[in-house]
Design a protein around this ligand. Sequence first.
Ligand SMILES: Cc1cc2nc3c(=O)[nH]c(=O)nc-3n(C[C@H](O)[C@H](O)[C@H](O)COP(=O)(O)OP(=O)(O)OC[C@H]3O[C@@H](n4cnc5c(N)ncnc54)[C@H](O)[C@@H]3O)c2cc1C
Length: 464
Amino acid sequence: MLNRVQPQDVEYFRGLIPAERLLVGADIGSDYSHDELEGVHRSPDLVIRAISTEEVSRVLAYANKRCLPVVTRGSGTGLVGGAVAIEGGILLETTLMNAILELDERNFTVTVQAGVLLMDLSKYVEERGFFYPPDPGEKSATLGGNISTNAGGMRAVKYGVTRDYVLALRAVLPDGSVEVFGGKVVKNSSGYSLKDLLIGAEGTLAVITEATLRLLPLPAENISLLCPFPSFHQAIAAVPELLQLGVDPTAVEFFTRDVIALAEDFLGKRFPKIGTDAALLLTFDGSDAAEVEARSEKAARLCLTLGAPDVFIVDTDERKSAVWSARGAFLEAIKAGAVQMDECDVVVPRANIIPFVERVEQLSRELDMRIPYFGHAGDGNLHIYLCRDGLSKDAFEQKLGQGFAVLYEKAAELGGMVSGEHGIGWAKRGYLEDRLGPLQVALMARVKAAFDSNGILNPHKVCT
Ligand SMILES: Cc1cc2nc3c(=O)[nH]c(=O)nc-3n(C[C@H](O)[C@H](O)[C@H](O)COP(=O)(O)OP(=O)(O)OC[C@H]3O[C@@H](n4cnc5c(N)ncnc54)[C@H](O)[C@@H]3O)c2cc1C
């Protein structure tokens, strides 16, 4: 049973945390009551902007004794309400823990505090000739948030996701004890991987305060191709063929004409005229320019054979800016163009994207609802947005429930999963339970209890 924060708790924290890093009651800005998911708002009782592992440890040790809820928050860019303090209590914010602690060039690792932003890490390592491959769209997210949601992004098709780059984590357990999970080792068969349990746990098991991440040498060359296709069927049908061709694409992104139009309106910028209903955006990288070019040419030839009327090389600065700024803005453009919307982030086996997208198109007709979508076609992860437009709030909620039920059921039927990269948080818990069934959810609850017997960390998230 969790407790509400009492005046004596506030007094305790006033003795621990300087006033400029402790926000209470009316001083807590509305930003802290939500993340990027519309529709779930709750203000915490206290915000603590932590600066060190030791401080996090003291906060948790006290909160655990008093059974006070603690929600960890990075930049609050999550899309499933994960960083919302549903029970009130303490919001522990990490963005001041933003030091890059060590670049170990011989071991190809970098160690960071959890509040370092993805864009700052990428810049830091790339200036030194290294590469951190995970590339989720929102670059102002923290590494702690990326690790806690196992963030994906556009390069997953070649390089994998955040989990594949986390070697070690320093984390604080609910009772305040500090533990390092994993190490700077390339392989590890030493018992259960507790580090891997913390990755994607959305702050329900421990608070991550530092991470050691694997780096690669920075690929010197990259080429992008924009490949229009007459229909989404043809665009998506090209994906398995491209993957079988041995051209090793870094990214295979898929989008429709409607989504491009929304991004153009949102940015006030023209996208290269594709003149078709759908397109693939492919990238290739490597260390040798001729070899990267040869792979991209082979892919371009295949796309032309498979129905693309043309293939554009995204090479001039103007074209790069038009294409990549539009691709980066899809989510925000869809959001800006809708009165309200909610998102489905399913992942299906790559060979099953077409039947899934067909079901989305059919659903849009059945519900008489605008449902724009785009996706990481190279890894089967689709982002589908149910938009309210002219509907009343109640009618929208009703259609949303119907629509999500159909989409998650279809994804399951095709062997897919509830979330490819955004996580479960508050918003998708019911669908997780439906997909995994009572046994797996009960196992998850037992893992949760093993880490957090009082249930103070991020209550009502994932499976709790
Ligand atoms: C425009 C846009 C584009 C996006 N594109 C992508 C994309 O391509 N791929 C993708 O995967 N996601 C994407 N996202 C979603 C979001 O950016 C990611 O989920 C990101 O990982 C969240 O990081 P954050 O720092 O904002 O975390 P928050 O939103 O603050 O928190 C997310 C979750 O992690 C937990 N958490 C945060 N820090 C810690 C910590 N130190 N220890 C323990 N738990 C912690 C929180 O409790 C919460 O459950 C996008 C979001 C937006 C708005």
